[in-house]
Design a protein around this ligand. Structure first.
Ligand SMILES: O=C(O)c1ccccc1N[C@@H]1O[C@H](COP(=O)(O)O)[C@@H](O)[C@H]1O
Length: 216
């Protein structure tokens, strides 16, 4: 379900809070958009507000809900109303919980914070086919703007060739080309690296990010 693109890793721009920015970023060539439904995020958008414009965008792009330990009512709403295409889980969700969501028909990306080879072992226990690798930062679940050693993404792909690996954490227009050249991920994901303020994207930075990602 995470988009397959022939020419470049799929590019996901995350933490969109405004309909017009969503439309602009689709026009700039992003392959997927992330909406953050975790209330403690600086990029939080209440589902009641997002549901006013997400349905119109569903046919135009891949919509991803960014979640941290979501409760059942939120999951039911997202799945039953088909507000998004994919659930991206950044919390302490277990492999069993991921399996239950897959059984319910959801498409799932499990995000894992990594800092060393040992932290890659958990990848194999999750039943979803797409894993997002993010920087390790205990207490914070994502959106930190921090990178992790990219060779871990290379090792992860070697160890788990059946998984799609999405590279994330501290990506910017300045480092995305090198990041892709070093890791050859299936996708890349950025939140803070293309913002003028939390939740407000700088469209010039988004454009540059997409251009650089496509050049790699
Ligand atoms: O962006 C957030 O605020 C956030 C909060 C909680 C979980 C995930 C979050 N965002 C995701 O974190 C990574 C890395 O973000 P950044 O580019 O380093 O700022 C990315 O996948 C975001 O979607």
């Amino acid at each position: 379900m995470f988009p397959d693109t022939a020419t470049h890793p799929a590019i996901k721009i995350c933490g969109i809070t405004q309909e017009q920015q969503a439309r602009d970023i689709i026009s700039l060539g992003a392959d997927a958009l992330g909406i953050n439904f975790w209330p403690k995020s600086k990029r939080y958008l209440p589902v009641e507000k997002a549901s006013l414009w997400l349905p119109e965008l569903r046919a135009e792009t891949t919509l991803v809900a960014v979640l941290v330990n979501p409760d059942r009512p939120l999951l039911d709403l997202l799945i039953q109303e088909s507000l998004v295409h994919i659930l991206q889980l950044h919390g302490d969700e277990s492999p069993t919980e991921v399996g239950q969501l897959l059984d319910a028909g959801a498409h799932v990306i499990k995000a894992l914070q990594v800092r060393d080879r040992e932290s890659l072992e958990q990848i194999g226990s999750f039943p979803c086919d797409t894993i997002l690798l993010d920087a390790f930062n205990p207490g914070l679940y994502g959106g930190t703007g921090e990178t992790f050693p990219w060779e871990l993404a290379v090792i992860a792909q070697e160890q788990f060739p059946e998984k799609k690996i999405i590279l994330s954490g501290g990506l910017t227009p300045a480092n995305i080309r090198e990041a892709i050249l070093q890791t050859h991920p299936a996708g890349v994901d950025v939140a803070s690296g293309v913002e003028s303020a939390p939740g407000i994207k700088d469209l010039t930075m988004v454009q540059e990010f997409i251009e650089q990602a496509r050049l790699a």
